[in-house]
Write a protein that binds this ligand. Structure first.
Ligand code: SF4
Ligand code: SF4
Length: 229
């Protein structure tokens, strides 16, 4: 079975946030209001983590795209009392919104703080409300959500390749953020294929994963930017 994974090359990422916009549009992530922003209640399946190194005048700043790391051993799923968050047969950690009782155990169990709770009823400006993606469920107030590697696109890819009468190839399925990145900084594919681009990058000496010592085995790898001379 394919083990879907992502590698993010921080050397290539320019911080343009095309991936952030593509993610929100693809997955019906609400914009949120200024009041929600002030309260720290915005929902961002994909967000930029700012990182600043050094001291003036030798300062280096970068942003790191962060989304659910799709842990191999996901603690968020172990604590859900109603199995509303689970690892699906394709190995992707997903949400069943109508089951969620809003207890937020999973939000607290994620060591990377990459799950989001709908404190408010999501709203869009009228023109945008007409353009929501029909392939992704809208979520209500009181429900938890997060990045799913756009797993609806995997189903679309399966349907497409079945209609074409050929087997699914890993390159048939790409999340919206990967497709949108103008720098090619986000690479997606099968971690179990040692020759795949994502597996090669995961073996790079520049590769690291966040909080690896916790043993959750994230399937999102980062490639450190090389310091400028
Ligand atoms: S990153 Fe957080 S939300 Fe995603 S699978 Fe791991 S523990 Fe769960
Ligand atoms: S907030 Fe929802 S998904 Fe998370 S643990 Fe509670 S019921 Fe499960």
């Amino acid at each position: 079975m394919v083990r879907w994974a992502m590698a993010i090359d921080l050397e290539k990422c320019s911080g343009c946030q095309a991936c952030v916009v593509a993610c929100a549009a693809e997955n019906n992530v609400p914009l949120g209001s200024p009041q929600e922003a002030t309260m720290g209640r915005l929902i961002r399946w994909l967000q930029m983590l700012p990182r600043i190194e050094g001291e003036y005048p030798h300062v280096r700043a970068e942003v790191i795209p962060m989304m659910c790391f799709q842990c191999e051993r996901p603690p968020c799923t172990y604590v859900c009392p109603v199995a509303a968050t689970y690892k699906n047969p394709q190995g992707i950690v997903a949400q069943i919104y109508w089951r969620c009782i809003g207890c937020r155990y999973c939000v607290n169990a994620c060591p990377f703080t990459l799950k989001w709770f709908n404190w408010f009823q999501p709203r869009w400006p009228a023109t945008m409300a007409e353009a929501t993606n029909p392939d992704v469920s809208l979520r209500d107030k009181g429900v938890t959500e997060k990045c799913t590697f756009c797993h609806h696109r995997l189903q679309q890819a399966k349907d497409r390749t079945r209609a074409e009468g050929r087997p699914l190839r890993p390159e048939d399925y790409r999340p919206a953020c990967v497709e949108a990145c103008p720098q090619g900084a986000l690479v997606f594919g099968d971690l179990d294929d040692p020759e795949s681009p994502v597996a090669r990058l995961a073996r790079s000496p520049r590769a690291f994963r966040f909080l690896e010592e916790l043993g959750t085995q994230p399937k999102v790898y980062f490639l450190a930017a090389t310091p400028e001379a």
